[in-house]
Design a protein around this ligand. Structure first.
Ligand code: DGL
Length: 259
């Protein structure tokens, strides 16, 4: 099992930012990444659809003999992590909006959260934000349309910037000093978000923390890869593979797979 891959999934390209971090922090580990981009976006689907798609992705990774599952998607984590954990015996790690670090760091007591509709309405997100948010105002905004624009590769386009501005400007007017990116796709928007927000505002993007957490769990579960020279990175998509190829460059192969 130790030499088996780490399995990662997202609705599309969002989790590639986490994959990159995993490959950096755990250079000896093999990875398999599934982009369920045929069914993207997840963020406006109903909860039973999100659970069904998430279980399907996880079972494909289990069939590929993955030793741990990383849900590189806030929407799938906040709506389906319990069902995935109940269905499989391997460790399951998810990603949630980084509310806690934002609350610990805020000086204005106001934080902004940009995420998908189904993340912001999920029980898990609301439990976490209620738990940590005494005296803190959380300004939530659904990033309507952003995932589709990112999946089409329209990351540096003026209309993407204007849409983002319409979501972020009201947060700035409310005097936030922390902006939580609660969707893995939004990581790719950081360069344009930086053009919109003042330097003093911290962007909370949990990718680095997730990779460290995976490292910790592999160690504590005795699942670290012992074959040091065996590193392999496989990416599978059931929809368009071109945008994925552009993002990962030479960092691994991208295969079409119907799942
Ligand atoms: N990347 C995902 C997330 O972190 C899902 C986006 C979507 O498919 O709507 O929420």
């Amino acid at each position: 099992m130790n030499n088996s891959p780490i399995g990662i999934f997202d609705s599309g390209i969002g989790g590639l930012s986490i994959l990159k971090e995993i490959n950096r922090v755990l250079p000896n580990e093999n990875t398999i990444y599934l982009a369920d981009n045929k069914n993207c976006p997840y963020g406006n689907k109903n909860i039973s659809e999100i659970i069904k798609l998430s279980l399907k992705n996880a079972s494909v990774l289990i069939e590929m003999n993955c030793k741990i599952i990383v849900i590189a998607c806030n929407t799938a984590t906040t709506n389906a992590i319990k069902e995935i954990r109940n269905s499989f015996s391997v460790p399951v790690i998810g990603i949630e909006p980084a509310i806690k670090p934002a609350i610990l760091n805020t000086k204005t007591n106001k934080i902004g959260v940009l995420a998908t509709e189904m993340t912001l309405t999920s029980n898990l997100f609301n439990q976490t934000s209620n738990k940590f948010s005494d005296n803190i105002e959380i300004i939530e905004q659904i990033g309507f349309g952003l995932v589709n624009l990112i999946e089409k590769g329209n990351i540096n386009k003026e209309n993407t910037k204007q849409l983002l501005k319409s979501y972020i400007d009201p947060m700035l007017d409310s005097n936030i000093d922390q902006l939580v990116l609660g969707c893995t796709h939004y990581h790719f928007l950081i360069p344009i978000i930086r053009q919109i927000i003042p330097e003093k505002i911290t962007i909370q993007d949990p990718n680095k923390a997730i990779a460290k957490q995976i490292k910790k769990i592999l160690k504590s579960e005795n699942l670290e890869n012992s074959l040091k020279s065996n590193y392999k990175n496989k990416v599978y998509a059931n929809g368009n593979t071109e945008i994925i190829r552009n993002i990962i460059n030479s960092n691994g192969e991208v295969n079409s797979l119907d799942f």
